[in-house]
Design a protein around this ligand. Structure first.
Ligand SMILES: Cc1cc2nc3c(=O)[nH]c(=O)nc-3n(C[C@H](O)[C@H](O)[C@H](O)COP(=O)(O)OP(=O)(O)OC[C@H]3O[C@@H](n4cnc5c(N)ncnc54)[C@H](O)[C@@H]3O)c2cc1C
Length: 328
């Protein structure tokens, strides 16, 4: 029998999170290497309409639990539903997104299922026997550790958004939809949701941005100019951790190991040294331009185009040039 790889596919307000499709992409590769199959686990209320998309993105099967108890994410309700599906279907591997929901749910499940969990994996590989090799940064990102979980099943890991690539959707793919009825134990529901408030965010999430103007310590006083350049280019402004630590930009704009993983078409790094923890979040960008006054800065090792100079002096030239080209 084929060993199943189960992907927890997160949805919010009936909309699939992009990371769910990225996880289906890597699950397909793992399934091909280990002669396995891919299943999606979808929880929520009125979410059955999303099953077709999950099949198009690589699921052979979708386990869907559609129930009023699952309308909003609540740890106990979701833990009961997913542990019930996992106990019944006995997958070999379970993948979760390292979102706030995945980070809450996956450890609770690993304790309930008496198995291990490797968090924030940057690489996943499987052998022909279905063993999962989970690679993640260790010791502050200075080395990568590959972790195996040979004695307990399922093998579980979380992966951050933007790390894996989505597979191309195939509208002709066929899959099986399996509806799961969950026998909830209401006596364990200790938390009641009274109200949900959405934080209003301005602009595009940097993880989804096509163009990023990113500032580091060397350009932190040039935030206004970086925003002006971002406006001219249609780019979002992101930053290194130093800039967050110094209170210049919020953590939601941080790129890197403890920030977000980005993969834009253009990453313009201004006054960023290129520490390994920063590179972990942006080195897969399609085109990297780095501006740094130190010609030996590590960022130049990953840059496609490097400019040695003062970011504060170069920024006004870039703004002027982009403006001139736009009005030409
Ligand atoms: C566990 C752990 C997790 C971490 N996670 C992250 C993370 O997610 N993201 C992250 O970014 N960092 C992270 N860090 C911090 C990381 O190690 C670096 O300290 C940080 O990335 C450095 O930020 P920076 O490049 O802005 O500053 P610096 O390293 O101080 O570099 C500033 C650069 O600007 C240049 N410069 C100075 N003035 C100018 C100027 N006028 N014009 C042009 N260039 C100039 C300098 O030559 C230098 O290269 C983490 C660290 C640890 C230990």
């Amino acid at each position: 029998m084929k060993k199943e790889i189960l992907v927890y596919c997160e949805q919010r307000d009936g909309e699939l999170k992009s990371v769910s499709l990225e996880l289906l992409g890597i699950a397909r590769t793992l399934a091909e290497n280990s002669n396995g199959s891919v299943a999606a686990m979808l929880l929520g209320e009125n979410v059955k309409g999303l099953c077709k998309t999950l099949v198009e993105y690589g699921a052979d099967k979708v386990y869907v639990a559609d129930a009023p108890e699952l309308k909003y994410y609540l740890t106990e309700q979701y833990a009961q539903a997913s542990s019930s599906i996992i106990n019944e279907t006995k997958p070999n591997i379970v993948l979760f997104p390292a979102t706030s929901i995945g980070r809450d749910l996956a450890p609770r499940l690993s304790a309930r299922l008496h198995t291990g969990l490797t968090a924030d994996c940057t690489k996943l590989e499987a052998d022909a026997d279905g063993n999962l090799f989970m690679t993640r940064p260790a010791f502050g990102g200075n080395l990568f550790a590959t972790i195996v979980c040979p004695d307990h099943k399922p093998q579980m890991s979380t992966v951050r958004p933007g790390v894996m690539k989505k597979a191309e959707p195939d509208k002709s793919r066929k899959g099986e939809i399996v509806e799961k009825k969950i026998a909830f134990d209401n006596s364990k529901f200790a938390v009641t949701l009274i109200e949900e408030k959405q934080e209003k965010s301005s602009g595009t999430d940097i993880a989804d941005a096509k163009l990023l103007v990113s500032i580091g310590r060397g350009a932190k006083t040039a935030l206004a100019k970086a925003k002006e350049l971002g406006g001219a280019l249609g780019a979002e402004v992101s930053c290194s951790r130093t800039v967050v630590d110094e209170g210049v930009l919020p953590q939601s704009q941080q790129v890197g190991q403890t920030g977000k993983t980005v993969r834009p078409q253009l990453y313009l790094a201004l006054g960023i040294s290129g520490a390994v923890q920063h590179l972990a979040g942006m080195s897969d960008s399609e085109y990297i331009i780095a501006v740094n006054k130190d010609k030996a800065a590590t960022i130049f090792n990953v840059a496609h185009l490097g400019i040695v100079g003062d970011a504060n002096e170069i920024l006004p030239h870039l703004i002027k040039e982009i403006g001139a080209r736009k009005s030409a």
